[in-house]
Design a protein around this ligand. Sequence first.
Ligand code: KG4
Ligand code: ZN
Length: 338
Amino acid sequence: MQPSLTLGIESSCDETGVALYHSEKGLLAHTLYSQVKLHAEYGGVVPELASRDHIRKLLPLIHQTIEDAQIDSKDITGIGYTAGPGLMGALLSGAAVARSLAYAWKIPAVGVHHMEGHLLAPMLEENKPEFPFVCLLISGGHSMIIRVDGIGQYKLLGDTLDDAAGEAFDKTAKMLGLGYPGGPEVSKLATRGETGRYIFPRPMVDRPGLDMSFSGLKTFTLNTWLAAKKQGDDSDQTKADICRAFEISVAETLAIKCKRALEQEGLNRLVVSGGVSANREIRKKLDALMAKRKGEAFYPRLEFCTDNGAMIAYAAAKRLDAGEHNDLNFACRPRWHL
Ligand code: KG4
Ligand code: ZN
């Protein structure tokens, strides 16, 4: 088979990501522009502003990535873009640029599922997992446990019944008056928190099955914070102690669910990806679980935990190499099951 060179474009939310993946040489270059500062003053992503910023940044980033990779745009054999799930305007911005380039360059384009991108991100690392494995996908919009037997062979084992893990971090941060995005802020403050001052529940662990729920934990956090404030204690230390209890509860809950999934599937390889997989406490708990089981946990490098173009380029390359592509009128899907 001729080697392929895939341009990947991510624009589903508030990060514009572009990357070039070569089937034999691996990842050649990747660029990222984060809109975090733009949305921070609103405390969350403003869809209209996100789309406008993607449009402004996409072509300069594509130029930059091609320059960084030291290739000629004529060598690109296919393009992949995130077709969903995500914000419709943001998705359309990336899709329009990707499809226009594919049309102009007479090469195939493929719409990639954003969560497939996250799921495959650890494949970009030197120490990558072999199939089959259990994948814990934890991001701002999703919390899923999936059995993965190969590219495109995904069996959903468990899902959140309400909030995603990242959403729970973001909402907890908002309640405590911390910045956006909340995950890294809660995590940073938690390092200064006292372990054990508060003990939060581990949601859904007493029930059989692999589904998760984080909205009750969010309410528990709010009630704890309100009770502390009522007693005149709104100190930074109390905030840190609450963050610590919240983070430990999420990490332990995820570890219990992962253990259950691995036992159920008879597997001992765990892949953890999506924005929340950057969390140190969660990694610590899952590493301990896998060490005890004499198995292994695989993660993307920190910069590829959150949204990026590299994971989309990789997923697209695998699909294009397998002969898949989409018509240029392929629709974006703001809601899309994996
Ligand atoms: O994967 P991602 O970039 O976007 C989605 O596809 O949703 O994930 C973003 C989510 C946000 O909720 C953010 O707060 C969370 O990942 N996050 C973290 C950490 N870094 C990012 N949550 C906990 N700890 C972190 N260190
Ligand atoms: Zn994402």
